[in-house]
Design a protein around this ligand. Structure first.
Ligand code: SF4
Length: 106
């Protein structure tokens, strides 16, 4: 499982730059650059609830199902990068997030 660092602090699943989900989906099946990928598991955080009072702590690793098949780290829609970064610090929609680790297979 890759280490998953996530800068999308506007997502309900973000806990101090880690993701509380055990598994996320990255979308962008025809992506050629990282900007064309998105985190399909993003859910916008509403209201003022920026506290970290979740019962569950976020683990540093997550299973990643990835539709970005043009990425060199993608093998049968699983991510085999050692660590990935999801970016989009002020995202309010899935499209405003991206897998910054995407690298097109050369
Ligand atoms: S590094 Fe590549 S394979 Fe891994 S989640 Fe990002 S786009 Fe998908």
């Amino acid at each position: 499982m890759p280490e998953l660092k996530c800068g999308v602090v506007t997502c309900v699943h973000n806990k101090q730059n880690y993701c509380e989900l055990d598994s996320i989906e990255v979308i962008g099946s025809s992506a050629q650059v990282s900007e064309q990928t998105s985190c399909g598991s993003f859910v916008e955080r509403k209201g003022e609830s920026y506290s970290n009072s979740s019962a569950k702590d976020a683990s540093p690793t997550s299973d990643i199902v990835c539709q970005a098949v043009e990425c060199k780290y993608n093998d049968s829609r699983k991510c085999y990068a050692g660590k990935i970064s999801v970016m989009g610090s002020d995202a309010s929609r899935t499209e405003e997030t991206e897998c910054a680790t995407f690298k097109k297979e050369s």
